[in-house]
Design a protein around this ligand. Structure first.
Ligand code: ATP
Length: 198
């Protein structure tokens, strides 16, 4: 059976960069954030959002993502409601995707909230990507043109790294590109050995 490798890490740690490296080595990768964004354009999810949040979050028939983000960012009850719509849709979509990859020995499931959402329980192995806080803040400011305060606000809502690492099988120290590659090579070696022995 296909083994699920959960890939997570705090904001700016480099999860997506790591996921892309694995994809380049031929391992199929499911990026939950990306798929959730796509699913939020489907009729089924849109109609649930309209039923929950009303016409106010729509403009000319299209979802106004900015408005919706503003609502859920400022109210945890609304965030839970949105998550209750989006998370089951992602779960279902992933199930289908997994079926399409049943011939692959391993796949990567990348999620910023792997632990927070409980999906880590479905994984066979877990990789946590880590990097020093200041490096992460700088990366996100450069990438998103945002402020230090906003980045810290997002970090505050995530589990801390010690909690994540203690529940992970591998830790990739993504301080430099070299360190990142070394971490990936080690994991690929481990997976090959595992595959030979299975
Ligand atoms: P988020 O949780 O916000 O989605 P993430 O953990 O997926 O973040 P990435 O988007 O992969 O992080 O990386 C954040 C930024 O840092 C990106 O612009 C990426 O190109 C850059 N980056 C990642 N790893 C390195 C590295 N080793 N050296 C230099 N830049 C890096």
């Amino acid at each position: 059976m296909t083994k699920i490798i959960g890939l997570t890490g705090g904001i700016g740690s480099g999860k997506t960069t790591v996921a892309n490296e694995f994809a380049a080595h031929g391992i199929p990768v499911y990026i939950t954030d990306l798929e959730a964004k796509k699913l939020m354009q489907t009729d089924s999810v849109l109609s649930q959002i309209r039923a929950e949040f009303g016409d106010d979050v729509f403009e000319n028939g299209l979802l106004n993502r900015g408005k919706l983000s503003e609502i859920v960012f400022n109210d945890s009850g609304s965030l839970t409601k949105l998550n209750n719509i989006v998370h089951p849709a992602v779960k279902q979509d992933f199930k289908q995707w997994l079926l399409e990859h049943k011939k692959d020995p391993y796949i990567i499931y990348e999620s910023a909230i792997l632990f927070e959402s409980g999906s880590y329980k479905e994984c066979d192995f877990i990789i946590n990507v880590v990097a020093p806080l200041e490096i992460r803040i700088k990366r996100v400011i450069d990438r998103d043109k945002t402020t230090r305060e906003k980045v810290l606000e997002r970090i505050k809502n995530q589990w801390n790294n010690e909690e994540k690492s203690s529940k992970s099988d591998f830790i990739i120290e993504n301080t430099t590109k070299e360190a990142l590659n070394l971490g990936i090579v080690k994991i690929l070696k481990f997976l090959r050995i595992k595959q030979m022995n299975s």
